[in-house]
Design a protein around this ligand. Sequence first.
Ligand code: G3H
Ligand code: 13P
Ligand code: ZN
Length: 330
Amino acid sequence: MVSYKELGLVNSRELFVKAMAGKYAVPAFNFNNMEQMQAIIQACVETKSPVILQVSAGARKYANQTLLRYMAQGAVEYSKELGFNVPIVLHLDHGADFEICKSCIEYGFSSVMIDGSHLSYDENVELTRKVVDYAHKYDVTVEGELGVLAGVEDDVSAEHHTYTEPSEVEDFVKKTGVDSLAISIGTSHGANKFKPEQCTRNADGILVPPPLRFDILEEIEKRILGFPIVLHGASSVPQDKVAIINKYGGALKDAIGIPEDQLRKAAASAVCKINIDSDGRLAMTAAVREELALNPAEFDPRKYLGPARDALRELYKHKIVDVLGSVGKG
Ligand code: G3H
Ligand code: 13P
Ligand code: ZN
């Protein structure tokens, strides 16, 4: 058992109190490898932003949980070395069961998500309560979820959204004791969040997706006043990155994300944590494809992973400064 506190990490409690008061959201970026972690920390140091480093089940399978934890520990030292002590949360993304959450807590994670959103309401309450009881013994914060996002995440996929039912949130928060709540208001995982036929075209011919259900968010806020809300599936799918990928041999079709103005509005509300993974994947892939296409004789991975890391850092800085508003809040 190692406590996250010994590793220099923090839980999300105080970060969310400040985000709520300051009307911004803390970025939650997924990481699976060294370049992503470096880009996240460089961006957060340069913008003095707090950050939540997220580890998915896919990341644990790909990179190894122990290694990822040591990388997060390294991130604490790396940020100090770069000149700013970034408040870093190490968070389990979409924890599927109690055992995974327990194992991450024992490995030094400072925050876990227990995702019981696919269960019945009562089962979700029971499982979430069990994780909270365990996590709180170690001062680890817990994120729960009510409502189901459309799209694919790990092995679970849902064709349609099941929007969060505002009438359930107060009871859920009270019975489970969670520290934050992920909700479903129209975002979804991955790079294909909307079908073109769901969108309208603006004056410039750009596809504009249907707006998020801010009416549901407002109803939820009223019922659990001052309680931190989390938005998953919040990538915007930058069309310039999609164009570069497709120009250099990619085949991304109908990739449509959440417009950034919608996320800016959400960040100013009770939404205290915004999850972004796919946009980072797009930025990296665009840079790697372009580098390899333009320099076909190159075979040193540093020559394409370096530019990919730079592109990623710029993307994260943009999110922090122009979308989430967490610049200077670390
Ligand atoms: O919510 C899902 C995240 O984007 C992580 O996806 O399991 O493929 O790493 P992954
Ligand atoms: P995106 O696929 O929109 O980046 O969402 C990531 C996420 O919610 C991770 O939990
Ligand atoms: Zn998610």
